[in-house]
Design a protein around this ligand. Structure first.
Ligand code: SGN
Ligand code: CA
Length: 536
């Protein structure tokens, strides 16, 4: 196939084999001729702090960690807009949100535009999309798709298929894995494939699988140093509605299941995600019985003691981590199931497996859950890539900064397809080979605009380099924030206006302007030029 011969990857691999670089040489000529399959696994809100390959204080994810052990993990992986739908659009198009048009969750993604799956399909790849889509429009560019409506539901969920809506019995993470394996099993075996496998978990409201209810129950988690943040000097942080301690923000019933079966709760009607039954309402009587039995003890614990605000916030924090980690357990187990299947089919030999999330998440840092802010926990997103053996891929940790707009060009590069000039991201395939191109980016650009909206995170854009971060909040606020991540990794001290950083801040402002011009973000440029009418 010309597809194989044109691949930049295979040309380079051959060169390395000859020059004997630090990379493993192609030991098997036959194998290096085979086109590589791509499996892109994206979870929803799975954050680095909860993946043991990155941080072993809380989570235990042996199957995800194995992908890193047999490939690479990225120590500096970021999103362009820390929110679900937009992040998916960044990945599919390789473009920032203001260019691909999917700026906020409720925006309709224009599926007629150029996307990586379309280009891969044109190049002879079979393409499939299974799981959470969340782009409002119908998927385009796929030979097969089977998606969750909107956010999707954990128990006995509906799926939108090409033939209409179907309800499937079971737990969503298992179902998405089974559907994916079925598709791989029944694909046309004479073509390479790209599978987009998008889990719903561990998205709010963290509904664990019944067999994982006891998981992590005996753990007592360390509370982050900045859990009781007072948000001094950070007005947008103070205004955000994502505090674990607040019952308005983190709901005792819906989020933590302190639900006795009689109260009014979103558990019974998820009007906000368009599901009239709700998570609990969708369970079978047998499932409800096991569920109720387990949560009865938690409910008793909740009512057994009078807690002051601080104690209650910390109690909620412990419950929150447990619920979240239980849903991660099913994700990790299912990565194991998929791995075993791929191994048994010999597909580990010619498939690149990417593991990532649509963004990071707060796990009590700043007293929060949710994402959206350009602060580290939600700006980052985990990125692990398992590559086949003996094909010239490097192993270990990759440090240069990558962003989710880099996936589309990388998929194309792996497939040997030309990367269109209008794609804004860069292929990280050279990084996977152990090479950092001389012109690799030294800073990343970010822009979040879903405001006013749930969690009330104000609109902001900014720049982050290897040490500093400059953020501009706008719309109904007119604030700058600046952080020296080396001295203040938890971003507790807004150093904007601090004399010692005067020069650096000026430099960062100039660089931020350059990036708004480079990425053609007209709105941000207007804000910088004082031409955007603030709504103060
Ligand atoms: C839902 C959640 C929010 C969450 C958004 C966006 N509320 O609206 O907490 O921030 O999704 O998440 S819920 O009450 O419906 O659970 S995203 O990952 O899809 O962007
Ligand atoms: Ca998400």
């Amino acid at each position: 196939m010309s597809l194989i011969k044109n691949s930049t990857y295979f040309k380079k691999a051959a060169v390395y084999a000859v020059t004997g670089s630090i990379l493993a040489a192609c030991s098997d000529g036959e194998k290096s001729e085979a086109p590589l399959n791509i499996i892109y696994i994206m979870t929803d809100d799975h954050t680095e702090q909860m993946i043991s390959a990155f941080d072993d204080r809380f989570g235990h994810t042996p199957n995800i960690d194995r992908l890193a052990d047999e490939g690479v993990k990225f120590s500096n992986s970021f999103v362009a807009n820390s929110i679900c739908g937009p992040s998916r659009a960044n990945m599919l198009t390789g473009k920032h949100s203001h260019i691909n048009g999917k700026v906020n969750n409720e925006d309709y993604f224009d599926g007629s535009q150029q996307t990586a799956p379309k280009l891969l399909r044109d190049a002879g790849y079979q393409t499939a999309m299974i799981g959470k889509w969340h782009l409002e429009s119908t998927p385009t560019g796929f030979d097969h798709w089977d998606i969750l409506p909107g956010q999707g539901i954990y128990y006995n969920p509906d799926f939108i298929t090409e033939d209409g809506v179907v309800r499937r019995d079971g737990y969503v993470t298992d179902i998405i894995t089974d559907l994916s394996i079925d598709w791989i099993e029944n694909r046309k075996k004479d073509k390479p494939f790209t599978l987009f496998l998008h889990h719903k978990a561990p998205h709010r409201n963290w509904m664990p699988k019944l067999s994982d209810l006891d998981y992590m129950e005996d753990r007592v988690f360390d509370i982050p140093d900045n859990f009781h943040d007072d948000y001094e000097g950070r007005k947008a942080a103070e205004a955000a509605e994502m505090r674990i301690g607040s019952h308005h923000d983190m709901d005792l019933l819906y989020d933590l299941k302190i639900y006795d079966g009689t109260q009014e709760s979103r558990l019974l009607s998820m009007y906000n995600v368009g599901d009239s039954l709700g998570e609990y309402g969708r369970m079978t009587p047998e499932q409800k019985e096991i569920w109720d039995d387990f949560y009865a003890d938690i409910i008793e614990d909740y009512y057994s003691k009078d807690r002051d605000d601080k104690e209650l916030a910390e109690w909620k924090y412990q419950r929150y981590l447990k619920e979240y980690l239980k849903t991660c357990k099913a994700v990790d187990d299912n990565i194991g199931v998929l791995y075993d299947y791929l191994k048994s089919e010999g597909l580990l030999e010619n498939t690149v497996i990417i593991y990532t999330s649509d963004q990071g998440f707060y796990m009590g840092e700043h007293g929060w859950f949710d994402k959206r802010f350009m602060y580290e926990e939600s700006l980052r997103t985990p990125l692990i890539i398992r590559t086949p053996k003996n094909m010239g891929f490097s192993k270990g940790t990759i440090n240069p900064m990558v962003q989710n707009i880099d996936h589309a060009p990388t998929f194309l590069d792996i497939a040997g397809v030309n990367i269109p000039a209008d794609i804004q991201g860069s292929s990280y395939l050279p990084l996977l080979r152990g090479e950092t191109p001389d012109n690799w980016r030294e800073s990343i650009y970010y822009h979040y605009q879903e405001y006013p909206a749930e969690h009330m995170v104000k609109r902001h854009f900014g720049i982050r380099d290897s040490r500093y971060k400059l953020i501009r909040f706008y719309y109904d606020i007119d604030e700058w924030e600046f952080y020296d991540l080396e001295k203040d990794p938890n971003e507790m001290r807004n150093s904007y206006g601090d004399e010692q950083y005067e020069e650096v801040i000026e430099m960062m402002k100039q660089e931020l302007r350059n990036l708004t011009i480079k990425y053609e973000d007209e709105r941000a440029l207007k804000v910088l030029d004082g031409e955007f009418e603030l709504n103060m």
